[in-house]
Design a protein around this ligand. Sequence first.
Ligand code: CP
Length: 331
Amino acid sequence: MPDIKLVRDDLRPPEEPPKRHFISIQDVTREDVERLLATARTLERAMDREVKKLPTLKGRLVINVFYESSTRTSSSFELAAKRLSADTMSIKAAGSSVEKGESLKDTAITLGAYDPDLIVIRHPQIGAPALVARVTSAHVVNAGDGKHQHPTQALLDLYTINEEFGRVEGLHVAIVGDVLHSRVARSNIQALKLLGAHVTLVGPPALIPRGIEAMGVEATTDIGAIAGADLVYVLRMQQERMAEGANYVPSLREYAARWGVTPERIRPGQKIMHPGPMNRGVEIDPRVADHVDALIETQVRAGLVTRMAVLYDLLTNGPVGVPVEAAVGVA
Ligand code: CP
């Protein structure tokens, strides 16, 4: 007897392809990263023009949802969407119905009712971007979830390094400071390893997670280890994530004395990066922050074009979409 099918295959509605998101560096390949960096480079050339707005994402809606404070990430995502002509909407926890106790799930479903093409979300809880991806039909970009991931920070850092050194492969990067509470450290370790860099973590014993060597890095408490690196990546002391009463370091003064990145601890030509915001005089000496070898402002500029690249890639289907050069009119 032939199989009885309740729904004939030829009458079944065509399934939509799964939505692509950018939630973790772990989810992307080296090829993905190289494509995004190349797109950002093309977009940077387009940003040299007098009129910087491109029509590429006209008619698309990008919603920025920030449940944690931000200057660089929120402003660059907003400007990135505007430069690509998308409509934008920004929701911050303060002043929203979060203050009346609304859950993230209900906020996401509410915003999803506007049919956004893409939602950018920063949230103190690990996994918040994945939840938004589950309950809406938008592409989702993680703008930082707790101490888990900050993938677009890693991307803009790779872009900065690549522009400065011409490569990432084979470079020695020392990441210094509060690794334990840092989503930037976790994303950057994965991204740097993906592109073939050698990574050494340096910091107080209580701020270097046990077993972190399993990520393919070296770890030491000796600040002298930064001397051998091509690049010193300084992390912020994240006091807002430190448990009340926990003594990770005896004091900030002691931290600055033992692990602060000072002019005496770096050598000429060594490049310095910091994701911001900086605690000047704690993890980084102001003379280092303002030094000609510091790439901190360059990182902010890279944030704009790399976030434009992420929006472009997700909303135009990346490599199978219109080539970015044609889309933005750069030969
Ligand atoms: N680096 C970074 O995420 O900075 P903001 O917190 O200002 O966005």
